[in-house]
Design a binder for this molecule. Structure first.
Ligand code: PRP
Length: 215
């Protein structure tokens, strides 16, 4: 056991991380250190299981995993699609469920339908481009924003947006609606391609244990 290499986990910060630790606890993987809200530590160790955990900004999780700085990552499907890293997606964890959608004011519906050259604001330019160019075969102008995407059609920056819809309340409160659904999203486990081969047994067991507690 002592010669075992540490398995390193990169967890997307925020809501997903708490849910992930709850799920891991159910599967018997605990990391007490991580529960201390006041800590400034960046990395947390479970010596018994030879596991290390760190929190990172969502879009950085696939990067850590591709380079092998983390063996395993937990991050939203939106980020996986947008970052398009060379990693294995191995498990849908079933929480953080939401949808990637094209949204806008009701008036934008017709312009969208008639394939007019419209502007699309989004935090996810790769997903938006793939959807409009490869799925819909529609030419659009994509404008990258970093947050509060719903503002764009309200202030006239774009006709529509491509963004995450969870409860739909942000849209409702701003007079916008879902016009088209791009894809469903949820939290996923991703694995480094070399780690998957080198640590196949440990990682497969982990996936199996997680699946059992998820059911
Ligand atoms: C996300 C998303 C929407 C909102 C959707 O934004 O971009 O704005 O949540 O949730 P709802 O359907 O439950 O209202 P987030 O809060 O992550 O912040 P951001 O706008 O800065 O991206």
């Amino acid at each position: 056991m002592n010669n075992e290499k540490y398995l390193t986990f990169a967890l997307g910060k925020g809501r997903l991380a708490n849910k992930t630790m709850q799920l891991f606890e159910k599967a018997g993987i605990k990391c007490e250190e991580m529960k201390d809200k006041d800590t400034r530590k960046l990395i947390f160790v479970n010596e018994e299981y030879k596991m290390r955990f760190f929190l990172a900004k969502g879009p950085d999780v696939p990067t850590y995993v591709e380079y092998g700085a983390a063996d395993i990552g937990v991050v939203g499907k939106d980020t996986i699609l947008e970052e398009a890293r060379n990693i294995y997606e191995v498990l849908d964890l079933g929480y953080g469920k939401c949808r990637m959608c094209v949204c806008g004011p009701k008036e934008a519906e017709e312009r969208l339908k008639h394939h007019e050259l419209i502007r699309v604001a989004t935090k996810y330019p790769r997903i938006a481009k793939d959807y409009f160019y490869n799925t819909k075969h529609q030419t659009v102008e994509i404008i990258k924003l970093n947050g509060s995407i719903e503002l764009a059609p309200i202030v006239g920056l774009s006709e529509v947006i491509v963004d995450i819809v969870e409860t739909g309340s942000t849209l409702r409160e701003n007079g916008l609606i879902v016009l088209e659904e791009v894809c469903p999203l949820s939290a996923r486990m991703v694995v480094n391609q070399v780690s998957m081969k080198m640590e196949y047994e440990r990682i497969s067991k982990l996936i199996k244990d997680l699946k059992e507690v998820m059911d």
